[in-house]
Write a protein that binds this ligand. Sequence first.
Ligand SMILES: Nc1ncnc2c1ncn2[C@@H]1O[C@H](COP(=O)(O)OP(=O)(O)OP(=O)(O)O)[C@@H](O)[C@H]1O
Ligand SMILES: Nc1ncnc2c1ncn2[C@@H]1O[C@H](COP(=O)(O)OP(=O)(O)OP(=O)(O)O)[C@@H](O)[C@H]1O
Ligand SMILES: [Mg+2]
Ligand SMILES: [Mg+2]
Lengths: 161, 161, 165, 165
Amino acid sequence: TQDRFAATFERLEAAFAETFLKLFSGGEGCLRLTAPGNLLETGVDIEVTLPGKKRQRLELLSGGERALCAAAFLFALLKVKPSPIVVLDEIDAPLDGRNVERFIDLLRELQDSTQFILITHNHVTILAADNWIGVTMQGHDGVSTIVPVNVAALAEASDAP
Amino acid sequence: TQDRFAATFERLEAAFAETFLKLFSGGEGCLRLTAPGNLLETGVDIEVTLPGKKRQRLELLSGGERALCAAAFLFALLKVKPSPIVVLDEIDAPLDGRNVERFIDLLRELQDSTQFILITHNHVTILAADNWIGVTMQGHDGVSTIVPVNVAALAEASDAP
Amino acid sequence: MRLKRVRIFGFKTFADRTDIDLSGNLIAIVGPNGSGKSNLVDAILWCLGEANARQLRAQTSQDVIFSGSSKRRPVGFCEVTLLFDNEDGALPVATPEVAVTRRLDRAGQSEYLINRRPCRLKDLLDLFADSGLGRAGYAIVGQKEIDQALAASPEERRAWIDEAA
Amino acid sequence: MRLKRVRIFGFKTFADRTDIDLSGNLIAIVGPNGSGKSNLVDAILWCLGEANARQLRAQTSQDVIFSGSSKRRPVGFCEVTLLFDNEDGALPVATPEVAVTRRLDRAGQSEYLINRRPCRLKDLLDLFADSGLGRAGYAIVGQKEIDQALAASPEERRAWIDEAA
Ligand SMILES: Nc1ncnc2c1ncn2[C@@H]1O[C@H](COP(=O)(O)OP(=O)(O)OP(=O)(O)O)[C@@H](O)[C@H]1O
Ligand SMILES: Nc1ncnc2c1ncn2[C@@H]1O[C@H](COP(=O)(O)OP(=O)(O)OP(=O)(O)O)[C@@H](O)[C@H]1O
Ligand SMILES: [Mg+2]
Ligand SMILES: [Mg+2]
């Protein structure tokens, strides 16, 4: 299994560099083994250099930069081992408009092999979808009901039903 | 100081019930002392009943309900002891459109005695402001620059410069 | 393989029989705060065998059963069925559709079913072992969890790589 | 009392001399991810005497000095000045405007000034003791911190009430 781990890590390292570049339009994302001599125990470090900036520790990243970097790691895992179904709950909340678009572009690349179920309040993400499910409490009685979503009205407003 | 604590707690209890009612348009928010017999050591519990729902533990609340409940607690503190300056960093991120409006209404009530500095990506909050500060990295060189904000353009788009 | 439908009864805020059609490859779930969107994610996780109540924002396993509201009485049990399209045979079951069901009542009686036939939790976990939807799966990211990949320790991150190996 | 201006040099991503006009009572700070919005909040907190580096997302106190970028060299010191309107005399200083400054260089030399005259950290903290902007102040809520009022223990919540008493 050491060989399998090494082979998977190598593919993940390349996938992460690629997804990072796409999401940040620049900079560099690297994965490093903390103990390369001991494949059974080693951990994995994430080191990033953001476009225009110097290499920094992860703690200094902003809220949006952290979310985008974590998304790059998740999408890299999905490239190495695709999952038929992925569920993401408001992963786009900290992102600004430009970064949401980059995130959507990356989703579209994986859309042929993966079904994405996204919970979101962000109307850029909502408008990018091909099916919409409205969840509300019509009777104001603490019980969830499923309602159709009027996407045309959403295009004007910025929030859901 | 026991008397001062008791008097402050009483005012906070009333203020929390009031701000909770305003932010949730219904339901009930209560504060309880964990050890009413020992005012020097006692902690403070928060118990809430959301409109249409039963009284529940705080862990069961949704992301947006938690943020709104915490905002109610913060505004109650500000009613009991106003601060001339309040800085809030993306406190509106988990809120849906309707709740952002209730949040803005409450800010407006305190606006005469308090200066609010709000970091936000939410265009309902942005449009409610009376002064705007754009922070960007014009030179793409990792250095922050302050730029004017074109609010009219913001009214169409939903994100900042 | 893809998830065609989710059928829920009595799970958290889904007190009524609810049938959700998940056609399409980029599905947006929208709605006001507190309306039940994350509860739907919890329903999927629970049906796939999630055993840790904390992962479902619950303290006890029965916390997932609808506990009543201002106008509705509590219900006695909850049931979630996930209907998968198995045309491509990715799941080791010989039918073009695979229905996975989990049921729980207030007495703590729990039951798993594959295509309406009772099975053990282990059979259900084996079914999804190779699909990325497994227990340590990186494929379901809950609200505010995205930060964890960065906040995790290097050793924890390694576990995801083992899962993908 | 209100905050009229913030002047920053060398603090985090504010490598250039920056002067920010904070007129108005509902001020929105907007901008792309990573552009320096939360760094501005950190600058205000730091200037008011924040001593805990972790509260500023830093490991050492010098981490707040601009450490360079792809095109810019690091700077040797940082300085933040908060200019308060004191027309109402809320601050116990006899001037209609009060300037509070904090400075730090790479050697770790730290300096506080009130109206351009050096003072101790204690003098600065005393200045704001009654204003709600104090150290345990609930008046500055950082990114993702809003959840803490709920996640806090009952005893921690009590500390805010003591602050408000
Ligand atoms: N067993 C249960 N019975 C009844 N109600 C429950 C149960 N478990 C959770 N709830 C209710 O579900 C609500 C939370 O729903 P959920 O987390 O799905 O909201 P959401 O749509 O994700 O909202 P947000 O946009 O704020 O994240 C809470 O109000 C909680 O009281
Ligand atoms: N001492 C320093 N020198 C140079 N850059 C720094 C320093 N400290 C932090 N940074 C940089 O500041 C950036 C974070 O800025 P900040 O947290 O203010 O962003 P933000 O505008 O709040 O973004 P978001 O909308 O994502 O929350 C990081 O990219 C980090 O590398
Ligand atoms: Mg949710
Ligand atoms: Mg920020």
